[in-house]
Design a protein around this ligand. Structure first.
Ligand code: RIB
Length: 306
């Protein structure tokens, strides 16, 4: 990277309650899980922490509840060097939480209860406008109200600020609003929801990305897990292979990709290089359990890059 970029994440913060188990209880049944981890998560917070670990200056615009998780989340941001001065405590509301189940193949199932994340409104974005205007890049996801996402994307376009949208969790969206994003970065299932067509391999990702570009999106990167990522724009598409690993827990790997990509791109890497690096950073996050706690330091990342 040539310089330290400033990235502002407008998004969610959750506490992740991760249970490792291969079985799920039926109604009325009690069974044993293997192991449990409590950690900081939320797609927005994870992406902020990944960008920070990769060397960016990062500010978070978010809402937490007035509970133990809310206070702890703010302390976590501060401990990790993420500016939390625009993280608001919302009275009478719980913080966002995510019960997560991980099986022995490292695959996850996530249930998100949005709590205070759902109270992050366009007025909060306006209140942070001074911060947003000085950012090199805004990063958004879909665990906050959609109206806030659309509002922030439009703010970014009006002010000429690069904006990256991770349309996760997958849901139907207004493509005309997404045309305000410089990059829309879904995984396979999110791309299927957005494009209304199957995405099971690189060729299908290419077809879906082309369809989304026809719908008005500027640039699309479909992340494909072990198959790497497919980047598409008006000039055509390009596949960027994955960094191959044997995953232990893939939770948060998509967030590691988005946060690190935002940092590398805004720090001066060209697009292909930023994607290739983000593929490596995301793969390394799958080698240990948890979300933020599995994200590696810049030193470890550079050791692997060689
Ligand atoms: O992408 C993983 C994240 O999804 C978890 O941290 C969980 O909180 C949910 O937001």
């Amino acid at each position: 990277m040539n310089r330290e970029p400033h990235i502002v994440v407008v998004g969610s913060a959750n506490v992740d309650l991760t249970t490792f188990t291969d079985q799920f209880p039926r109604p009325g049944e009690t069974i044993f899980g293997r192991e449990f981890h409590l950690g900081f998560g939320g797609k927005g917070a994870n992406q902020a922490v990944a960008a920070r670990l990769c060397g960016a200056r990062v500010s978070m615009v978010a809402r937490v509840g007035d509970d133990l998780f809310g206070e702890a989340t703010i302390r976590n941001f501060t401990a990790r060097g993420v500016d939390a001065s625009r993280v608001l405590i919302t009275p009478g509301v719980s913080s966002g939480v995510a019960p997560i189940f991980v099986d022995s193949a490292g695959q996850n199932r996530i249930l998100v209860v949005k709590g205070a994340n759902d109270r992050l409104l366009p007025a909060d974005v306006d209140a942070a406008a001074d911060l947003l205007r000085e950012a090199d890049c805004l990063v958004l996801q879909l665990e906050i109200p959609i109206e806030t996402v659309y509002y922030t994307l439009s703010f970014a376009r009006r002010h000429g600020i690069r904006a990256i949208l991770n349309p996760a969790p997958g849901q139907a969206l207004d493509l005309a609003q997404l045309a305000n994003a410089d990059y829309v970065i879904p995984n396979e299932t999110e791309a299927e929801v957005l494009g209304g067509m199957p995405v099971r391999n690189v060729d299908e990702a290419r077809a879906c990305a082309a369809h989304l570009l026809d719908g008005g999106l500027r640039r699309v990167i479909v992340t494909l897990g072990a198959n790497g990522a497919l980047c598409a724009g008006a000039e055509g598409s390009r596949h960027v292979p994955a960094h191959t690993v044997q995953p232990v827990d893939t939770t948060g790997a998509g967030d590691a990709f988005i946060g690190s990509f935002a940092c590398f791109l805004s720090g001066g890497c060209d697009e292909y290089e930023a994607i290739a690096r983000a593929n490596v950073y995301a793969a390394l996050s799958t080698l240990s359990v948890g979300t933020q706690m599995s994200f590696v330091t810049l030193e470890r990342f550079q050791e692997v890059l060689g």
